[in-house]
Design a protein around this ligand. Structure first.
Ligand code: NAP
Length: 493
């Protein structure tokens, strides 16, 4: 065994030893009601990392019971105290950044450098909402007729169900937990089956930071629908916040309608990356590498398709292929690795299918384009040039390290191509013409735009989409509103 492999095995065992394997309900770690467990796999080796208690409907109900019991005292806790718990949790996450990053890499696959960036990003939601907790305000006004006084106040919506995906195992949780804690809500978190470990470790850190029992309950499960389905119709639940695929989001919306739950939906994307002929091409290529390759391309805000002015398309595609082709692929915990495996075989199969379809309809792979031999769900960074408009990859979310490049002739065509999708999460625009930039930004149907920038995520900004990418915002001053209700009091004078 090589020295680095032995070192990695040792670090892996040490970090896995820190993770509780039970359900976290009412401040206690417990076995699942049925006594069952499910395994969590390392996508780079296909080896089992550990077993985790497999939550069932009875466990989800017990978690909601705990959240409901903890609700009134938590809502009455002074905002400053809630904020200070978040602030301590932020500091603890940074203190444990190395371990948290390795844990995330083990269960999700991305490089440790990417995982560390997620720890910093994910923790930032706690610092941000620690500051927002003390800024929840109401209004007082005299009625236009002068005969009444109008008082509005903001109150926590009540017990929340939070459902998160596997691609950002930490940040997708903290974007919801942070504002819920700040607003005074209690919650049940159902992390993704593929990546439950980071959430369990996070619950432990929040407890260490002083979070009272029952405020956060965590129920991993291998049967999401059966486990959380009954909660959706429980009248005590008041809010559901979901991050994941549009298909599952649509189904959950239907369920939520019966109970008239407040709903936030962070769904799929199909981000266009537009490069105009007047753009700084070096900056556009740098931005494209980030927008495409962050998180192995498994991000809802990943650039899904590159629309490039015909005059510079060949140059752009060639330079992008050179950069992506030079990236080092391997186990995310190994030194110098930039691109880890995809999450599982299903995801790799989908990427392969979309690449094959693009090549069949006339595209050419400038780099990558086929899976390597061996264990792990690896797929190389790939650039496809000359992608035709009928290729599925331009319409479907690829969720992998593949960059299809297609061309446009005019600004109108560029905007039309960008909007030719049911999704509307984010778009990237590269141009050095200010008026064009503003015209294009105004014409694009998305919730976010990266203007001459390949990264938009920021805890201080409202993250979210329009159209089939969902609604509701996470982060920014808007993020806490998702967890607050407005009460109006009419006062007679
Ligand atoms: P997914 O299949 O929709 O799963 C998301 C979560 O929903 C998981 O926890 C999953 O549990 C759970 N779930 C699945 N079926 C359910 C059901 N019937 N009832 C209740 N919960 C259910 O999505 P994913 O594959 O994990 O994540 C990838 C998708 O998320 C992509 O489309 C991506 O664009 C989107 N995403 C969006 C954002 C954003 O902010 N807009 C951010 C990140 C990701 P299991 O794990 O057990 O299946």
């Amino acid at each position: 065994m090589s020295e680095s492999r032995a070192g990695l095995d040792q670090a892996r065992s040490a970090v896995l030893d820190t993770v509780p394997e039970g359900l976290f309900i009412g401040g206690e770690w417990r076995d699942a009601a049925g006594g069952g467990s499910f395994s969590v796999e390392d996508p780079a080796t296909q080896e089992t990392l550990t077993q985790v208690a497999d939550g069932q409907a009875d466990d989800a109900k017990a978690a909601l019971d705990a959240a409901v019991d903890a609700g009134p005292a938590w809502a009455a806790t002074p905002p400053r105290e809630r904020g200070e718990i978040l602030r301590r949790a932020w500091a603890l996450m940074l203190e444990h950044s190395e371990d948290l990053a390795l844990l995330m890499t083990l269960e999700m696959g991305k490089s440790v450098a990417e995982s560390k960036a997620e720890v910093a990003y994910g923790a930032e939601f706690f610092r941000w909402f620690a500051e927002e907790a003390v800024r929840v305000e109401g209004r007082f006004a005299r009625s236009p007729a002068g005969s009444e006084r109008l008082l509005t106040m903001k109150q926590p919506v009540g017990p929340c169900l939070l459902i998160t995906p596997w691609n950002f195992p930490l940040a997708m949780g903290t974007r919801k937990i942070g504002p819920a804690i700040a607003a005074g809500c209690t919650m049940v978190l159902k992390p993704a089956q593929l990546t439950p470990l980071t959430s369990l470790r996070l619950a432990q850190l929040l407890t260490e930071a002083g979070l009272p029992d029952g405020v956060l309950n965590v129920v991993p499960s291998s049967s999401a629908g059966k486990t959380v389905g009954p909660l959706m119709s429980d009248p005590r639940l008041r809010k559901m916040s979901f991050t994941g695929s549009t298909e599952v989001g649509q189904m959950l919306m239907e369920q939520a309608s019966k109970n008239l739950l407040r709903v936030s939906m962070e769904l799929g994307g199909n981000a266009p990356f537009l490069v105009f002929a007047d753009a700084d091409l070096d900056a556009a290529v740098d931005g494209a590498v980030i927008a495409k390759m962050r998180n192995n391309g498994e991000s809802c805000v990943a650039a899904n398709r590159f629309h490039v002015a015909a005059a510079v398309a060949e140059d752009f595609a060639g330079r992008l292929a050179e950069r992506l082709g030079a990236m080092r692929v391997g186990h995310g915990a190994e030194d110098g690795v930039q691109v880890g495996p995809l999450i599982n075989e299903e995801q790799r199969g989908k990427v392969e299918e979309l690449v094959a379809d693009a090549v069949d309809t006339g595209a050419k792979a400038l780099t990558g384009g086929s899976r390597p031999d061996g264990r792990g769900y690896f797929y190389p960074p790939t650039v496809l040039a000359g992608v035709e408009s009928e290729a599925r990859i331009l319409r479907e979310e690829v969720f992998g390290p593949v960059a299809p490049v297609t061309t446009f002739e005019s600004e109108e065509e560029a905007v039309a191509q960008a909007n030719a999708t049911e999704y509307g999460l984010v778009a990237y625009v590269y141009t050095s013409d200010l008026k064009r930039a503003l015209r294009v930004v105004e014409g694009i149907e998305t919730g976010m735009v990266g203007l001459n920038r390949g990264l938009v995520s920021n805890a201080a900004a409202p993250f979210g989409g329009v159209k089939h990418s969902g609604f509701g915002r996470e982060g920014g001053t808007e993020g806490i509103d998702e967890y607050l209700s407005t009460k109006y009091v009419a006062i007679d004078m």
